[in-house]
Design a protein around this ligand. Structure first.
Ligand code: AQP
Length: 345
């Protein structure tokens, strides 16, 4: 017997959704609906690991839900909800806080990047973030998680937590016959592939495109209109050389590599195919072509997001319905976890 194929992925409502979130994650959610049971979550409890204005958090939560739907996620086929409505996420995260080791958490590069020199002063939640992420995934016994490359280390930690739980409680799992080949939790596989696993900032090709970058010019927001998208691409930092003919020529040219990667991802081609068309040409040719492509792909989605956001009550109803369906699965897992651990109920 094996775990049935199930996908879980989450996005934080922590600011403007951007092209990196779309290409690295959201866009890939849609075809998975054909092959897997799919659960897509707006992870609002993750967002509050750094300060969020309450009204901005509500707005951003609806914006992420609208992006899922506008990109093609069908909330009838998939479960679409916000994390805080399913309390079992917090409950399982606590159990995992007691499974994960301090040393494992201390190695997380995203915590080090986000805390910077200020690590004494950031929230305990930011440190424990990967444990909540493991709970998000494993509450649904998800077998696959589509994420961008920046989340790879957190996913490895989720695998370590699942393996330690399976091992620590092996006897209890076997006694209750709750395992599949002895495993209560699956060892989840990341789905990280293609030319867009890490989209970089438009201002600095060595930095990840991110919601929390203070410069709006660093990212293409999913709510940018056609004009703003084209302007940002036109102004994107580049080097003076023309585009190379071969992939090898993108080495040590982070900005060129990033823009070619974005073109490849948006046109469903490889970077080599893009260079076969544009190699030898200058930015004056390539940037307008990229702007046209980005506008063609992104602006219908932005328009649909804006339309959906005009009716927040309908979005809230989708999230409530998704939360009910998610809760049914989550409670089943937690009932078993409580028994395995030895909690009386
Ligand atoms: N630059 C990126 N390229 C490719 N994928 C990316 N993702 C994020 N940035 C890029 C993917 O988007 C999903 C959601 O990410 P998240 O909101 O949970 O948190 P994050 O990875 O920390 O994203 P941001 O935009 O950088 O947010 P802030 O600035 O708030 O930390 C994930 O699958 C992620 O891999």
């Amino acid at each position: 017997m094996t775990f049935s194929p199930r996908v879980f992925s989450g996005i934080q409502p922590s600011g403007d959704l951007h092209l990196g979130n779309y290409l690295g994650a959201i866009r890939r959610f849609v075809p998975l609906q054909e092959t897997h049971a799919t659960i897509y979550c707006v992870v609002d409890m993750h967002a509050i690991t750094v300060w969020q204005e309450p009204d901005a958090l509500r707005r951003a939560t609806r914006e992420v839900a609208a992006a899922f739907i506008a990109a093609g996620v069908d909330p009838k086929r998939s479960i679409v909800f916000n994390q805080s409505q399913v309390v079992q996420h917090a409950e399982l995260a606590w159990v995992f806080n007691c499974i994960a080791r301090m040393g494992w958490m201390a190695r997380m590069t995203q915590f080090k990047d986000k805390a910077g020199k200020n690590s004494e002063n950031v929230s305990l939640g930011l440190f424990a973030y990967p444990s909540l992420m493991a709970a998000d995934i494993l509450l649904y016994k998800a077998t696959h998680v589509p994420v961008g490359d920046d989340q790879k280390q957190h996913l490895e930690l989720a695998r370590d937590i699942a393996a330690k739980f399976n091992n620590d409680y092996a006897a209890s799992i076997a006694e209750r016959d709750l395992g599949i080949d002895g495993q209560f939790f699956p060892i989840t596989e990341p789905l990280i592939a293609g030319p867009a696993t890490r989209i970089m900032s438009l201002r600095d090709g060595t930095k990840k495109m991110s919601k929390s970058d203070p410069s709006d010019q660093s990212r293409i927001s999913l709510l940018d209109d056609a004009d703003a998208i084209a302007k940002k691409i036109k102004k994107a930092t580049t080097d003076p050389a023309e585009l190379p003919l071969e992939l090898e020529g993108l080495k040590d040219r982070p900005e060129a590599d990033n823009l070619v990667g974005i073109y490849a991802a948006l046109s469903d081609r490889t970077k080599a195919e893009v260079l076969a068309e544009f190699g030898g040409q200058g930015w004056g040719k390539f940037k307008p072509a990229l702007a046209e492509l980005a506008v063609a792909v992104l602006s219908p989605m932005g328009t649909e997001m804006r339309r959906l956001l005009e009716d927040p009550q309908t979005i809230d109803a989708v999230l409530r319905d998704g939360a009910e369906r998610a809760s049914a699965i989550a409670e089943q897992t937690m009932t078993q976890v409580r028994d395995i651990i030895g909690f009386i109920r």
